[in-house]
Design a protein around this ligand. Structure first.
Ligand SMILES: Nc1ncnc2c1ncn2[C@@H]1O[C@H](COP(=O)(O)OP(=O)(O)O)[C@@H](O)[C@H]1O
Ligand SMILES: [Mg+2]
Length: 251
């Protein structure tokens, strides 16, 4: 039953910060197992949209249902929010690892605190996911001893330890040196292959083309175009998307 319902449903959602209206009525859905790339210029609302999906921001208007939880409800209790945060993982541009904790401690913290797992159970999980991202041998080092690409792979492993049903990625490779981008995209591609539901804000058009089932182009707080990666990226319908893509190609 659950599988037939989209992972995320959003209807006419709006979000403002004071008088600044950032999301101006966005409608769509993310299906289970679907990989959706969100593209658009800086400041158009991509991060805000992702942050609404895991309730780091509350929407002001519209309907938003994530993994069955109605985030447009007037009130959400602590248990609901905690559950949502385990079901929806988020990976940030700046990794957000705890610098004073080892890789293993970064991974075992939330499963113990949030899911009530023992240290031993958490460490087993951590080992499994570090292996998956190719960093099993880095368990005891601290984030500062890792390259950017390794940090981001640790951040992905940390999210996976919560056994999420949906993963949100906010420009996961934008802070990386170009030669480190590939190793992170490869991990994400593997996740996609395994059927993870993913929403990925990215400027990596090749990744969008190869991995995303659908691309959503956001401009000034509205969805201007969406469709298959092929449709959207090779046959843009609007001037706004054409301009955006030509600027990307120019750099
Ligand atoms: N917490 C906030 N308070 C005030 N303004 C914000 C906040 N978060 C984002 N904004 C503003 O909202 C707009 C969209 O931001 P954002 O969603 O981060 O864009 P993008 O990720 O597409 O670059 C920007 O003008 C930004 O300055
Ligand atoms: Mg952003």
């Amino acid at each position: 039953m659950k599988n037939s319902v989209p992972a995320i449903i959003f209807e006419n959602i709006e979000k403002s910060f004071g008088s600044l209206k950032v999301l101006k009525g966005i409608t769509g859905e993310i299906n289970r197992g679907e990989v959706v790339a969100v593209i658009g210029s800086s400041g158009c609302g991509k991060s805000t949209l992702l942050r609404c999906f895991n309730c780091l921001e509350r929407i002001n208007h519209g309907r938003l249902v994530v993994n069955g939880l109605d985030l447009s409800a007037a009130t959400l209790n602590y248990t609901q929010l905690r559950q949502l945060r385990t079901q929806v993982g988020m990976v940030f541009q700046q990794f957000n690892l705890f610098p004073h904790l080892s890789v293993l401690e970064n991974l075992t913290l939330a499963p113990q605190k949030v899911m009530g797992k023992t240290l031993k159970e958490s460490a087993q999980l951590a080992g499994l996911y570090l292996e998956k991202v190719g960093l099993f041998d880095k368990a005891s080092v601290y984030p500062e001893q890792l390259s950017g690409g390794q940090k981001q792979r640790v951040a992905i492993a940390r999210s996976l330890c919560m056994n999420p049903e949906i993963m949100l990625f906010d420009e996961p490779t934008s802070a990386l040196d170009p030669e480190l981008v590939g190793e992170v995209l490869q991990v994400m591609q593997q996740l996609a292959k395994e059927g993870m539901t993913m929403v990925v804000v990215t400027h990596e058009m090749q990744f969008a083309r190869e991995v995303a089932h659908r691309v959503l182009f956001l401009d000034r707080g509205v969805v201007v175009e969406q469709g298959s990666a092929h449709e959207v990226l090779t046959n843009p319908q609007s001037d706004r998307l054409r301009t955006f893509l030509s600027r990307l190609n120019a750099v």
